[in-house]
Design a binder for this molecule. Structure first.
Ligand SMILES: Cc1cc2nc3c(=O)[nH]c(=O)nc-3n(C[C@H](O)[C@H](O)[C@H](O)COP(=O)(O)OP(=O)(O)OC[C@H]3O[C@@H](n4cnc5c(N)ncnc54)[C@H](O)[C@@H]3O)c2cc1C
Length: 281
């Protein structure tokens, strides 16, 4: 199908882009991997589209004292292949490598993915495990939110009209932290039926801290704090993974029943915990 007619702008500066977006009526175009199909299916019909691809400086990945700053327009491929992320935040690079196919990874952006907020997207699991921050900017100024506060529900974020995602901040891992992202993917699209992202650091002979993010299971991704607490206190991977779906209303759809998804969440969480622990030295 062909989309409805729309006005197209391609600003060359962030200031111009924010001015065009300021009344909240225009839509941002990033990689177009989600927006364009929605427009062609007429599930979205924006009157004005503001293409961010000519705006300079929004796709950089750099290390700073407070963490690694990733521009919203960094593509999944840039994140997967970034030497800075591979060395200092391997969980995000590994997660990006699981997204869709080569074309999707070359075009799609991290800002577009988090703004779109698909409950089966991969990044949210990693961003919960990493306790990431999201930087938001509008013509009136900027603010930063924890990823947990940014993500509200299925396809719903804390973005206000006129506000865009300009970056994500993730921590640089201390040496010795083991990470893993394990995913049961939908075979046609690659989206996560269940995805588990884990960071584990050892302390003395046991486990220091554990962070677990889950995507695909419920209406929104979440941090599985119960799994973290059980593993930190008992060191028992199977017991910890068994708690991943406790109190969670699992999605049921054509791809997987709630029962199957919950079971797979336990299986993939256990796998991610085992791999991360083996990588923690
Ligand atoms: C075949 C296929 C397979 C896929 N498989 C996967 C998968 O396995 N895992 C996965 O996680 N994803 C998958 N995706 C989705 C993909 O990751 C998209 O890239 C992503 O969801 C949207 O990013 P984008 O840059 O293309 O955004 P766009 O499509 O350009 O925009 C998406 C939405 O976000 C808004 N937006 C974009 N950027 C910003 C910003 N900076 N600030 C505010 N709002 C913004 C847009 O207005 C729009 O509403 C798949 C997509 C396709 C087409």
């Amino acid at each position: 199908m062909i989309s409805q007619n729309f006005e197209y702008s391609s600003p060359a500066t962030l200031k111009d882009a924010l001015a065009l977006l300021s009344d909240g009526s225009a839509k941002v175009l990033a990689g177009g991997m989600s927006l364009i199909p929605l427009m062609k299916l007429r599930l979205a019909a924006p009157e004005h589209v503001v293409d961010m691809r000519r705006v300079p400086g929004l796709d950089t990945i750099r290390q700073a004292p407070d963490g690694i700053h990733i521009g919203a327009m960094a593509t999944h491929y840039q994140i997967e292949s970034s030497p800075v992320l591979r060395a200092h935040c391997p969980l995000l690079a590994e997660t990006a490598s699981h997204i869709g196919d080569v074309q999707v990874r070359n075009m799609g952006t991290i800002g577009g993915s988090v703004a779109h907020c698909d409950p089966a997207a991969d990044y949210p699991a990693a961003l919960f495990a990493l306790e990431a921050q999201v930087r938001l900017t509008s013509a009136k100024g900027g603010r930063a939110l924890s990823f947990g506060d940014f993500l509200v529900d299925t396809f719903t974020t804390a973005l206000e009209p006129g506000e865009i995602v300009t970056g994500i901040i993730v921590p640089a891992e201390s040496s010795g932290t083991g990470v893993s992202y394990q995913k049961l993917h939908q075979p046609a699209s690659g989206f996560a039926m269940v995805g588990a992202a884990v960071r584990i650091a050892r302390a003395n002979a046991g486990i220091g801290f554990v962070r677990v993010g889950i995507t695909g299971l419920a209406s929104k991704a979440y941090r599985a704090t119960k799994v973290e607490q059980i593993l930190e206190s008992t060191g028992d991977i199977e017991k910890a993974a068994a708690a991943v779906a406790d109190g969670v209303e699992a999605n049921s759809d054509l791809n997987a029943s709630a029962h199957y998804r919950s079971h797979m969440a336990r299986v993939y969480t256990a796998r991610a915990l085992k791999v991360a622990l083996a990588r923690a030295v």
